[in-house]
Design a protein around this ligand. Sequence first.
Ligand code: UDP
Length: 253
Amino acid sequence: MAPRRKKIYEGKAKILYEGPEPGTLVQYFKDDATAFNAQKKATIEGKGVLNNRLSEFFMTGLTNVGIPNHFIRRLNMREQLIRQVEIVPLEVIVRNFAAGSISKRLGIEEGTALPRPIVEYSYKNDALGDPLVPEEYIVAFGWANQQDLDDIVSLALRVNDFLSGVFFGVGIKLVDFKIEIGRIWDGDYMRLIVADEISPDSCRLWDVKTGQKLDKDVFRRDLGSLTDAYTEVARRLGVMPANATPMKPTLIN
Ligand code: UDP
């Protein structure tokens, strides 16, 4: 039996454990999928393995172009070592094309190109269903200050340019995505870095030619096999070998 580790936090799709050194955590990717504020739930075999790999791929790419993030290294099929951060309680959403909630709220047809990338924020609070919040609320309630928000927008737009290019290179349109931001301290000096995960769970990805959805909307809207969609994304990015079949979940402990 592996030694017991201290669980720090369990979310809908991931678990955080105490890391091997101070300032680190182990991020474990579960197979659980939720949608509509966890009203719809399922276990999707292999999803955690795919998202662990895909998030490693994107975070490593961000590091390579100089965008700071929490990823240190992958440990095994379902776990990665990350820097411990203090999560800013916001979901930072970037949209290139209309889809999902913006289409509903403003009556814009899904797929319409937006005049420019739009950055918006939801307050991370499951009980409230992650409500959309303006910057005014964020600053007034002290979740982040104006300087933080300027840095967050700059990070979000850099991530958007990087991801849009990487996806377009493999025939996928990045419609929108969500990132989370963490604070780290070097002494008294605070920095904001990209945290959480980057995977098809938190992006909208459409095939450029056919418009086929390759993201969590496949699960939200019952459009077929989510594992097949994520495997296709991984295959195109060269993250999984072309002949890989979705892997069976492995018990770590
Ligand atoms: N998103 C996410 N987690 C959330 C809400 C949204 O990862 O709790 C992602 C979602 O997958 C999409 C983007 O953020 O890529 C924009 O989502 P939207 O606001 O349209 O919400 P939805 O209609 O998907 O709930």
